[in-house]
Ligand binder design. Structure first.
Ligand SMILES: NC(=O)c1ccc[n+]([C@@H]2O[C@H](COP(=O)([O-])OP(=O)(O)OC[C@H]3O[C@@H](n4cnc5c(N)ncnc54)[C@H](O)[C@@H]3O)[C@@H](O)[C@H]2O)c1
Length: 315
């Protein structure tokens, strides 16, 4: 199936994530059945969707005259079985409780048309092997992990399991693009995926600094905002190492008594980063000077923007 053929979506769970995900589908002209056990959650979801759309309209992302039509594409119900009829794509966004997810997947697998994809928004449960799923079509199951608030944050981590079919990956990735999102398809399932793995390690470092009395919360944030905060949007967390120099990175790893095969092999092959035009990234033979010039222009633009919005002050 092509993403443009998705006409009716089902979102199960209308809480913090589900209502906003339903809204994203409706913004793309797709009819949405939004299901929740709790009728008060459904009432709140409708109210929040309208508010979200009005905020997006303030910034020109939505035409204010379209708000009612977009909201009107979302139909709310507590009946998951009834809602599953004629559905082309499902997002599961129920509570992060293994038994709750298991029951929902099994119900959906029974009630949905055979080829309908079920994309779970789980933050870390191994839905493929840790919940003893009894479903007929495991090839339709995939993780599509959105970030709050889904109607604003572009990333969706798409994570296939061992039985996920290539068609399921294809549709999920391309549907996310069709919705205006930026999907990143992971090569394999790992708990916490990409961003939460990194975010969790950052949180652990923050706890370490605070617990030991080495810095205040304000010091930590100012230090990060005036360094990583400028570089991160431009070079991320992998490409930044190409500018440190992978040879130096490798020496640091070894000085901690650790080993890293991935970096070790790069260094062995003379792929040090920007200075050798190859490292984490392949710079296609561009000279170090060219690469640095491009990077520095982007850093300066970012610095200007951050200073203009007073980003180094606390919110
Ligand atoms: N909150 C976040 O920032 C965030 C970010 C990414 C992913 N997630 C994931 O998204 C999922 C939903 O999280 P949330 O924050 O929206 O939680 P939430 O508690 O706000 O919403 C979950 C909803 O699921 C409903 N529900 C529970 N069992 C149900 C069932 N059997 N049928 C229908 N509805 C049912 C609940 O009534 C509730 O409204 C979780 O897997 C969570 O890990 C959350």
């Amino acid at each position: 199936m092509e993403p443009t053929e998705v006409r009716r979506a089902l979102v199960v769970g209308a809480g913090v994530m589900g209502h906003s995900i339903a809204q994203v589908f409706a913004q793309a002209g797709i009819e949405v059945a939004l299901v929740d056990n709790d009728k008060d959650v459904l009432t709140k979801a409708k109210r929040h969707i309208k508010l979200n759309l009005e905020t997006l309209a303030e910034f020109g992302y939505v035409d204010i005259n379209e708000v009612d039509a977009i909201s009107g594409r979302i139909y709310t119900t507590r009946d998951i079985i009834d809602a599953a009829v004629n559905i082309d794509f499902v997002v599961e966004a129920v509570s992060e409780v293994p038994e709750v997810k298991k029951a929902v997947f099994e119900k959906l697998d029974e009630a949905l048309p055979d080829n309908t994809v079920i994309a779970s928004n789980t933050s870390g449960i191994d839905i493929f092997s840790a919940i003893d799923l009894d479903i007929k079509k495991p090839e339709r199951l995939i993780v599509a992990h959105w970030f709050a608030p889904p109607h604003i944050i572009p990333l969706v981590e798409v994570v296939p399991g061992p039985f996920t079919a290539p068609d399921t990956i294809y549709l999920t990735e391309n549907l996310m693009k069709h919705l205006g999102k930026k999907p990143v398809v992971m090569l394999q399932f790992t708990r916490s995926f990409i961003v939460n793995k990194i975010q969790n390690n950052i949180a652990l470092a923050v706890f370490d600094l605070l617990e030991n009395g080495w810095a205040t919360p304000e010091d930590i944030d100012l230090a990060v905002k005036t360094s990583l905060g400028i570089r991160l949007p431009i070079v991320g967390v992998a490409q930044t190492l190409d500018f440190t120099g992978l040879d130096l990175v490798y020496d640091v790893i070894k000085s901690y008594g650790m080993e890293n095969k991935f970096i070790g092999e790069k260094v062995e092959n003379g792929h040090y980063g920007a200075k050798s035009s190859k490292g984490m990234y392949d710079y296609g033979g561009r000279s170090e000077e060219e690469i640095l010039k491009k990077r520095d222009r982007l850093y300066l633009k970012m610095l200007e923007l951050l200073e203009e919005i007073d980003a180094f002050e606390p919110v």
